[in-house]
Write a protein that binds this ligand. Sequence first.
Ligand SMILES: Cc1cc2nc3c(=O)[nH]c(=O)nc-3n(C[C@H](O)[C@H](O)[C@H](O)COP(=O)(O)O)c2cc1C
Length: 408
Amino acid sequence: MKVKEKDYLMPLEVSGYKFRNNFVVGSGPAVKTLDMIKQIEQWGWGGASLKLSIDPTYISKPPRYRWLKKHRYHAFTAETRLSLDQGLKLMEEARKNVSELILYANMAYAGDEGDEGWVRMAKKYEAAGAHVIELNMCCPNMSFNVQSSGGKTAIVSGASVGSNAQIVSRCASAVKKAVGIPVFVKLTPEGGKIGQVARACFDAGIDSVGGTGNRLAIPDFDIYNPERGICRLQDEPTLACFSGPWLKPLALRDVYEMRKNSLPQHVVMGSGGIETGKDAVQMMMCGADFIQICTAVMLKGFGVLPKIVNQVKRFMDEKGYRNYRDFRDAVVSHISPTDSLTLYRGNAVIDDEKCTGCGLCVNIGHCYAISLKDDKAVVNPQDCTGCSTCIDICPAGAVSMEQFEKMI
Ligand SMILES: Cc1cc2nc3c(=O)[nH]c(=O)nc-3n(C[C@H](O)[C@H](O)[C@H](O)COP(=O)(O)O)c2cc1C
């Protein structure tokens, strides 16, 4: 493996730690052994969030994954979690073997002792050498999945905790008071209030909040065999945990909402569908300081990092930015409410030379402004609403928009 230091350095300092860059391998199957953690260090990542440990052990099964390339999502239905003892042992070994990598203990309590259970786990991780405690209040594949699928459980864990601002901030603040290392919280958008939950965490003194973990959804299935799921070596269909490029627009929104509800000095993490430098820049422009990547690492390996960092650096050089803080939030203040948009009058126009007369634009269901004359599309400007669907469906690039004055 040849990776030069200059390929991954984009340093930042958070909560007293020097991160080599803002990229962290997100907790998941690529962070569950010492060998993986050593590779993460060698490839230059800023941090690694170790595979989730749950105490007491709860829903830990052999992994069942699908990568639906065409649909651009990864879906998992079953996953192996670490026990607390396994997680602590991995943390101890990892700490002895890394010199620059910042190690997160991704942990969730699933017993009946409430906040005290979380505190006890966090203290053990601190003693085991964790740099950061990352409270997993995001995983939808625990009690949240059971309840959403009509099952019954008395356990409240992962996304079931994370959707409640009061419980999250009370528990996170109990952990924060009990340990001397930074406490990060990975939140869920389930509950629809990720911004408010983030704010409650910051008000409680939490060092960083982040999202999005996986989203629970129904993956593609065979309509001739609806009783079967899509995972190999598994019978029934289940709600699955979605990640990968499909998730990015939702994750960008979550980051935006967390940033809008926090102060500039607050540290926000974004995760979901990041696989290129452009994705990462967009995430930072929506307000992220840190970026966690899981699916792209699973599918392409740890070597995705230098490429992503180089792409970000190239963008920064082009724009004359010296630090990611120069463009973090760049889009946040520009996002306008839908009731105050600046719109222009205008209509579609056809380039006769490019139009092949295929008729796709004529078939649009919501618009009757276009007809075919002599095998060419013709727009009636009076009927054109300016929506621009015809531009997006034209395979020949023959349609464009003529823009007139601002609408009042
Ligand atoms: C198979 C798999 C296992 C995961 N396990 C964990 C976990 O143990 N803890 C956690 O906080 N997030 C977990 N995640 C969520 C990822 O860390 C990440 O936040 C999410 O997948 C979105 O990012 P991505 O699109 O880059 O994968 C897991 C994701 C996948 C795909």
